[in-house]
Write a protein that binds this ligand. Structure first.
Ligand code: MN
Length: 192
């Protein structure tokens, strides 16, 4: 199958000032697109030629894993954003957050700390574990928690290409803006 770059459910300028139009144009239009193109080239003639992304994440290695996981990770990241987000979790998701982290504010602090302290390139994740509880995890490079049997709800891209045009080396400032554009309605849907 041929993998394609999904169109975003908002315009490039819609997430400003948290993320600029220029960053979206490069991050989605160039980086995300490049992972799609690389994946389509790499799978030709392999057992992953007709595999979906989740199968690739669970079973592939090397370039096919790296590019397939990056396609999935970026789609998951971009689709959690909205210019008019629901600003906080409610219902079952809020209950799980309170049970695991004490409060939404304490969850945000812990997740921000995981994203800020991740060395080098990678992703911070909120996942549901096998016991149905929430966990915050870190993955380097293209890492994806599906490979470990965890179910992702939210991710933050901390590769420098996600923020360097807007914030240069100031990853903590990028993380502050990140919370302003997360649509918790989307995350609640992912929990269902
Ligand atoms: Mn990225």
């Amino acid at each position: 199958m041929t993998h394609t770059l999904p169109n975003l459910p908002y315009s490039a300028e819609d997430l400003s000032p948290a993320i600029s139009a220029k960053t979206i144009e490069f991050h989605h239009g160039k980086h995300h697109q490049a992972y799609v193109n690389n994946l389509n080239n790499l799978i030709v003639g392999t057992k992953f030629e007709n595999a979906d992304l989740e199968t690739i994440i669970k079973e592939a290695d090397g370039g096919i894993f790296n590019n397939g996981a990056q396609v999935w990770n970026h789609t998951f990241y971009f689709f959690a954003f909205s210019p008019k987000p629901q600003k906080a979790p409610t219902g079952k998701l809020l209950d799980l957050i309170n049970a695991q982290f004490g409060s939404f504010e304490q969850f945000k602090e812990k997740f921000t700390s995981a994203a800020a302290s991740l060395f080098g390139s990678g992703w911070a994740w909120l996942v549901v574990n096998k016991e149905g509880k929430l966990e915050i995890t870190q993955e380097s490079n293209a890492g994806n928690p599906i490979r470990k049997g965890l179910r992702p709800l939210l991710t933050c891209d901390v590769w420098e290409h996600a923020y360097y045009l807007d914030y240069q080396n100031r990853r903590p400032d990028y993380l502050k803006g990140f919370w302003d554009i997360i649509d918790w309605k989307v995350i609640e849907e992912r929990l269902k």
